[in-house]
Design a protein around this ligand. Structure first.
Ligand SMILES: [Zn+2]
Length: 353
């Protein structure tokens, strides 16, 4: 019997089932006092000053959208320009690393296993499932591991486990396309190798996300010794396992101009389109087709149309939670009769299967 090809497309609402904050909640957490070691305090102050200088933000007020913040930083830093006299390209790049690091801290902050996610994955265990994931977190990987620890993961692009150098693109592994990168990835810009960790408590990004010299750009009194003491890791721990270069995190930020030109992304995007084009069932969970994802929406549309003239039957389920705006977006994107909308959340959807 041939297995059905099922493609899951997962957005922020999926991670919310595992109690991770959605973007709106991120804003308040960006400047939260909960992050309180000396490194965190420098980062919080740098973010606050930037928001005050650039957006006229004041304490306790709502902050601008993450898309605006990251887009302005990316467009200025990427073209070698200032964003006002205080923010030179090198400071903007440092700030981007700090904002990314803080975002990962927020992701790590909360997590709980979701019975609904586990049930869903078990229900589809017998089918040929692949995943297109917009989120940076590893909620999916963690749940897949609880179901079957022996099952390998295929991140599509050549990659290696940071600890044991096992290959992360096993042919027989479950295909997971992390379209915007992943919080458990580190990348070597020199030998272009991607490393990952699946279940480490101290995530890889803690070691690789921050650059010592960035801190002096925002706090002149912050010495290297200060940094090494606060971060609690030896510089060797962030060396590439192959060429000894320093590795860095590898994600595309919230910016409208996400960079997909670096090594891992073209392969991942190419494969995601193939997976979608060949799947006979698409299941969107907690994805809202945001405007900033215009390239991704184009990819989805291309995949949808690739074999349309061959009369390939495809079922499209959309799982959202009481969100009429997103419901309309999907209906307008695919045609109302083409999508099955389930707008009472994942729990309800899983029970209906
Ligand atoms: Zn390397």
């Amino acid at each position: 019997m041939t297995k059905n090809k099922v493609a899951f497309i997962l957005g922020a609402g999926f991670s919310k089932c595992a109690d991770l904050p959605v973007q709106k909640e991120f804003s308040t957490l960006l400047t939260s006092d909960e992050f309180s070691n000396p490194i965190d305090i420098v980062i919080t102050n740098a973010i606050k000053d930037f928001l005050k200088d650039v957006f006229g933000w004041k304490e306790k007020r709502e902050i601008p959208t993450l898309e605006d913040i990251f887009t302005f930083i990316d467009l200025s830093a990427g073209s070698g320009h200032h964003l006002g006299i205080k923010y030179k390209p090198n400071r903007l790049r440092a700030l981007r690393r700090m904002l990314t690091y803080r975002t990962f801290q927020i992701i790590d902050h909360r997590f709980r296993y979701s019975a609904d996610i586990e049930k869903l994955l078990k229900l589809y265990k017998k089918e040929d499932c692949s995943f297109v994931v917009m989120n940076w977190d590893i909620v999916l990987e963690k749940h897949l591991q609880t179901i079957d620890r022996s099952r390998k993961i295929n991140y599509i692009t050549p990659s290696h486990d940071w600890n044991n150098y096992e290959s992360g693109n096993a042919q027989d592994g479950i295909k997971i396309c992390k379209m915007h990168g992943s919080s458990n990835w580190a990348y070597c810009e020199n030998c272009k190798t991607l490393f990952y960790l699946l279940d480490e408590k101290l995530s890889l990004h803690k070691k690789v996300g921050l650059v010592k010299s960035d801190f002096r750009l925002f706090d002149e009194t912050f010495t290297d010794k200060h940094f090494d003491g606060s971060i609690g890791i030896h510089p060797n721990e962030k060396q590439c396992r192959i060429c000894n270069n320093s590795v860095a995190s590898h994600i595309a930020t919230f910016s409208y101009r996400k960079s997909f030109r670096t090594a891992a992304y073209p392969a991942i995007w190419f494969e995601a389109e193939n997976i979608l084009a060949n799947a006979t069932k698409w299941i969107f969970i907690g994805y809202s087709l945001p405007e900033a994802d215009f390239e991704l929406k184009h990819l989805i549309k291309s995949a949808e149309l690739r074999l349309k003239h061959k009369k390939l039957e495809r079922e499209i389920d959309v799982v959202i939670y009481q969100d009429d705006i997103t419901k309309k977006k999907f209906q307008n994107f695919f045609g109302a009769e083409k999508v099955n909308i389930f707008d009472n959340g994942l729990s309800n959807y899983v029970s209906s299967l």
